[in-house]
Design a protein around this ligand. Structure first.
Ligand SMILES: Cc1cc2nc3c(=O)[nH]c(=O)nc-3n(C[C@H](O)[C@H](O)[C@H](O)COP(=O)(O)OP(=O)(O)OC[C@H]3O[C@@H](n4cnc5c(N)ncnc54)[C@H](O)[C@@H]3O)c2cc1C
Length: 380
């Protein structure tokens, strides 16, 4: 069905993303999910194909466009590539780069943004800590100024692409307690005192790597700070609003894929002498899936359109994420049910999508925290 805002430009992006994913992800995606890793060379392949630059300014090596173009490309990559873990791993620049693009200096654009978009350098975003992720204002990783450097001590966890990132856009405490004391530092691989302490095993998103990071007196140049000292909290919140729309759109795409797989299976599988689609119960299941996907897509479409117009959408982005998350969990569960025993088997795509779907009420801010954001923006 697509999004209501789509134009010929979006159609061209869908085609580019589809061709890339059919050629470079679909043939290997299932194996990469089992291997819990895709080749790091895919970043460079995607950069050269112009995939990673979608939504970024041309002067920074991007393809131009906005959030609406990014989510359309992402949907097509999930539909055609059939490996959510690969798509989200390949897409971590979508959460690591925007604060640098918006608040970084031209020198930082050249050093960090351009190599990711044009060469496939790998970036990650480091906010969450072992002691807590929801309460960002309470983070404890400390950066103490020492001449032209900060000395960073602490840990981050659940960091997507963290095991092999060339740099991590990292939230650290440079000031006092609360949201007024937080800065963003770009911490580069190879910095003495910075190490990947663990690669984590997960329920879903297997092809993406997820890391625990450790900082033990890591010396990071002051030149790697994004914006003024201790002013990063609003940057992080702004970044969250667009991340939540990415995640809502991923839910729509995953559900769309599970729905398509279910229609095909229900047409081919026979029971009691007729295809599953011959039973009203199955047709109604599919109808409910289609309706909920359409509703989540419509809300996501509206909030993306408002974002592109420049409206403040923090509350609505949280609503879109919760609506899309609930929808995706429901649709993937129904997809497994329609597939019967095969739905529980590792060889079946919907089994994997069902596991992938479980991340969305947690990542990028939990379902409960989304309701806190909504309550705050609604004013009660
Ligand atoms: C696969 C995966 C990838 C991730 N990738 C990244 C990444 O790349 N970068 C990054 O920085 N982080 C990443 N995260 C972390 C993610 O954003 C956090 O897990 C999430 O924000 C929740 O934080 P937490 O896990 O510490 O849970 P907690 O904050 O400990 O919350 C635990 C439970 O308590 C509830 N809770 C907490 N506070 C409240 C409250 N005020 N009211 C009601 N309920 C509350 C939560 O909703 C949740 O149910 C990733 C997580 C996963 C699982």
């Amino acid at each position: 069905m697509g999004y209501l805002f789509e134009t010929e430009e979006h159609a061209a992006i869908r085609e580019t993303a589809r061709k890339f994913s059919q050629a470079h992800i679909a043939p290997h995606g299932a194996q990469w999910e089992e291997d819990e890793e895709f080749p790091a060379a895919l970043y460079a392949t995607a950069a050269k194909a112009g995939i990673l630059g979608i939504g970024y300014p041309e002067q920074m090596g991007g393809q131009g466009g906005d959030l609406s173009h990014v989510i359309v490309a992402c949907e097509e990559m999930i539909l055609a590539g059939r490996s959510v873990g690969t798509v989200v791993g390949l897409g971590t620049h979508g959460i690591a780069l925007p604060p640098i693009v918006r608040f970084g200096t031209p020198e930082q654009h050249t050093r960090f943004v351009v190599p990711c978009l044009t060469e496939g350098k790998i970036s990650a975003l480091g906010i969450t800590e072992p002691g807590g992720g929801s309460d960002v204002a309470a983070l404890t990783t400390r950066a103490v100024r020492d001449g032209d450097h900060y000395v960073v001590t602490g840990a981050k966890t659940f960091i997507t692409s963290g095991t092999r990132a060339d740099f991590v856009t990292t939230a650290v405490r440079t000031g006092g307690e609360g949201h007024g004391g937080i800065s963003l530092l770009v911490i580069e691989k190879g910095t003495p005192g910075f190490e990947v302490s663990k690669k984590l095993k997960k329920t879903g998103w297997w092809a993406s790597d997820t890391a625990e990071l450790h900082f033990d007196g890591a010396r990071v140049p002051v030149a790697n700070r994004i914006g003024a000292e201790s002013t990063a909290f609003p940057m992080i919140m702004m970044n969250f609003a667009s991340e939540r729309l990415f995640l809502a759109a991923q839910c729509v795409a995953i559900a769309e894929l599970a729905y398509r797989e279910s229609i095909q299976y229900a047409r081919e599988r026979n029971a009691f002498g007729k295809p599953l689609t011959g039973f009203q119960v199955t047709r109604h299941k599919l109808a409910d899936m289609a309706s909920r996907i359409a509703a989540a897509r419509a809300l996501t479409s509206e909030v993306v359109t408002r974002t592109v117009r420049g409206e403040m959408v923090a509350g609505q982005a949280a609503m879109a994420k919760n609506v899309a998350t609930d929808m995706c969990s429901f649709v993937c569960d129904q997809a497994v049910q329609i597939h019967g025993g095969y739905g529980y088997m590792r060889e079946t795509l919907v089994e994997r999508l069902y596991r992938d779907a479980r991340l969305y009420p947690i990542g990028g801010g939990t379902r409960e925290i989304m309701n806190e954001v909504i309550a705050k923006t609604e004013g009660y």
